[in-house]
Every structure is written in C-alpha cells, then in structure tokens.
Design a protein around this ligand. Structure first.
Ligand code: FMN
Length: 202
C-alpha cells in the first residue's frame, strides 16, 4: 500500500462490519498454495503494526520464516522435541519437524517490551502486541489470504526461542501462519458475551 488513506473517524463502513461479523480463522494444517509474496508479507506486517501503542514504543518485532528456512528450523524443532521426549516414537519428532511447513509463510510476532521511564506498564505493551497479531489476521484476510494465530509448545520452549534470537524479556506472542485456503468456514460456538457485559447507566 503506497499511500495510507485517511478517514474521518465517523465514516461508517458496513463492509468492515460484515467482515468482522463473519471473521474466522482457517486451519493452518489445511492451508495450501504459495500464499502472500515476500512483498505482500511486508505489506501485511506494516498494516498489522498500525495498532494502538501507548507512547509509540513499538514493543514488538517480527521474524519472517519462509522457504527452506521453515524446514531448517523444523529440523531443529524435531531434534529439540526428541531431546525433551526421548521415549516417544521417532514419528512424533518427524511430525514436529513439519510444523512450520503447514503454511508457506510463518511470521513469529515477538513481544519486545521496553523499559519505559515515562511509565507505560509492561501489561499495556503486551496488550499492544496482541493487537498486532489480531490485526495481522485481519490484514491478511482482507488481502485474500488465510491466516491463523498459533502458539503451540514451540512458542514457550526457551531453547527454540533462543534459536529464533529472542532475548531478555522477549516472548513469542504468536506464530501467524499465512497461506491460501479454500476451506469453507462456518461459525463456531462463541463464549456467552452477554454474560460478560456489565452495563452501568443507560
Ligand atoms: C495467543 C493465542 C494462541 C493460540 N494458540 C493456538 C494453538 O496453539 N493451537 C490452536 O489450535 N489454536 C490456537 N489459538 C486459537 C486460534 O488462533 C483460533 O482462535 C481458533 O483456531 C479459531 O478461532 P477463530 O476462527 O474465531 O479465529 C490461539 C489463539 C491465541 C489468541
């Protein structure tokens, strides 16, 4: 997107409302095709980064995993899995090695909180990275791609996160799998929102 359009905050957008009401995540394991190009991935990331961010700290960063890097990192994941689970059959580590191959692009979204002397609490910085992940799903979907937000054990394993270059207080907020999909998505049961609303006033 070469130019960022500006909108009046009060412009209604029924298309966006419809889009949000129908939003679902296609499954990464059923993704197919080439998905977004490298340039389109960059575009998705730039759109995803346009989130509320108290004091403009940018407490997030992105690791884009594509092509053969998925298999190479996958080998590392498989070996790590075997080391953690020596008694499980070999086919389990082979399965783990293929995790990143489910989609042509996997973006690791990293929570990278910064020391903010002016007082943006880490909690707010973490909320901002959650918004980045969700906006990435929306941006990808609006560009016609499939996107799913997964964590799985690899997000929490410190050997794997170190291999990805995370340090200090950094954490994986999610792996966003990006590809193509022809999956027909039906609504899924949702939590009872009404039961979770407290109304004060009219
Ligand atoms: C932080 C986070 C981590 C998630 N990790 C997983 C996961 O590891 N495995 C999984 O099946 N779904 C995971 N999900 C759920 C999916 O992203 C998604 O919500 C679900 O597949 C279907 O919901 P949707 O169609 O409403 O998006 C995660 C969601 C969030 C917010």
């Amino acid at each position: 997107m070469s130019q960022i359009p500006t909108y009046s905050p009060i412009d209604p957008s029924p298309e966006v409302l419809e889009f949000l009401a129908a939003r679902r995540s296609p499954s990464a394991k059923l993704m197919e095709g080439e998905g977004p190009s490298a340039q389109q991935v960059d575009e998705i990331i730039h759109l995803a980064a346009r989130v509320p961010d108290h004091r403009k700290l940018g407490p997030w960063r992105f690791i884009v995993i594509r092509g053969e890097q998925r298999a190479e990192l996958g080998q590392y994941i498989g070996t790590r899995f075997k080391a953690l689970n020596p008694d499980l059959p070999l086919d389990r580590s082979v399965f783990e090695s293929a995790r990143l191959l489910r989609a042509p692009t996997v973006v690791a979204v990293v929570s990278a909180p910064v020391e903010c002397l002016r007082g943006t609490p880490e909690w707010e910085q973490v909320l901002s990275v959650g918004a980045v992940c969700f906006q990435m799903l929306l941006a990808a979907r609006a560009m016609g791609f499939a996107a799913q937000w997964l964590s799985e054990w690899i997000a929490f394993d410190e050997v794997i996160t170190a291999k990805l270059g995370l340090s200090g207080r950094e954490k994986i907020a999610g792996f966003i799998y990006l590809g193509d999909s022809t999956q027909g998505l039906t609504p899924r049961p949702r939590p009872d929102v009404e039961a979770r609303i407290t109304r004060l006033g009219d």
